[in-house]
Ligand binder design. Structure first.
Ligand code: SAM
Length: 219
């Protein structure tokens, strides 16, 4: 139903007001937190010595964008020429997350020009972007090393292991990994695998677990 024009401005005002409240609620969720501080710490602790001038971070499983927003805020403070990838298929029947969530997330994160949302599953990403992600900044730049990765998508050990293998091969000294809901899969296997690639434990919470790469592969 189309409102008479006299009321349209009023409706817009309330729609915007409602949206502001929703964003505020989102802030509250971040504050109440489910150990988001471990994700903040993972970005803050990461570093990149040898650099082609670019820093790339990534989140698998974006949903409403809370984790990505934290990574974007921290990454902006810490790095120059910083880009962040969010990978999530949304609307995907298996994952069961609606397109409405995707639209709201895009709207909420629209001001972060460093954010690139890739609407696909982790496996598709790892296949399509195995050589890296290209950023056009006057000329194309291939970004193929990840400085911080948040694992928050599929929760089967085999799926997380596949992701971890991909990112271990594309890590550098100072790369950090943060895992959400790690008790749902066999985290001990993942920690052991990462240790072969030179990662050690950065922090361990009740819900999140983080690692940092301190030396080269040893296996
Ligand atoms: C727990 S939510 C992510 C929450 C988000 N990281 C945050 O901090 O607010 C899990 C998300 O993983 C996504 N997901 C499920 N399977 C996936 C897959 N194979 N690849 C990428 N994302 C996936 C779902 O669509 C869902 O949005």
């Amino acid at each position: 139903m189309r409102l008479p024009y006299q009321f349209q401005g009023l409706w817009l005002y309330f729609a915007k007001y409602d949206r502001k409240i929703k964003i505020k609620e989102k802030d509250m969720r971040i504050i109440k937190g489910v150990e988001y501080e471990l994700l903040t710490e993972a970005v803050q602790s990461s570093y990149k010595e040898e650099t082609n001038g670019y820093v790339l971070t990534c989140e698998i499983g974006v949903h409403e964008g809370n984790g990505s927003q934290i990574m974007l805020e921290e990454g902006r403070k810490k790095f120059q020429n910083f880009h962040h990838l969010g990978i999530d298929p949304y609307g995907n029947i298996q994952a069961g997350v609606s397109n409405k969530v995707k639209w709201n997330t895009k709207k909420d994160l629209i001001d972060y020009l460093e954010f690139h949302l890739l609407e696909m599953a982790d496996t598709e990403y790892m296949d399509k972007y195995r050589n890296g992600f290209i950023i056009y900044d006057e000329k194309p730049h291939l970004l193929n090393r990840y400085t911080c990765v948040h694992f928050d998508g599929p929760q089967r050990t085999t799926d997380v292991l596949r992701e971890v293998m991909f990112f271990c091969h594309r890590a550098h000294l100072g790369t950090t990994f943060c895992f959400n809901d790690y008790k749902r899969y066999k985290m001990d296997i993942i920690v052991n695998l990462c240790s072969v690639y030179g990662f050690r434990v950065l922090n361990k919470g009740r819900r999140r677990y983080s690692l940092i790469k301190e030396h080269g592969a040893t296996g």
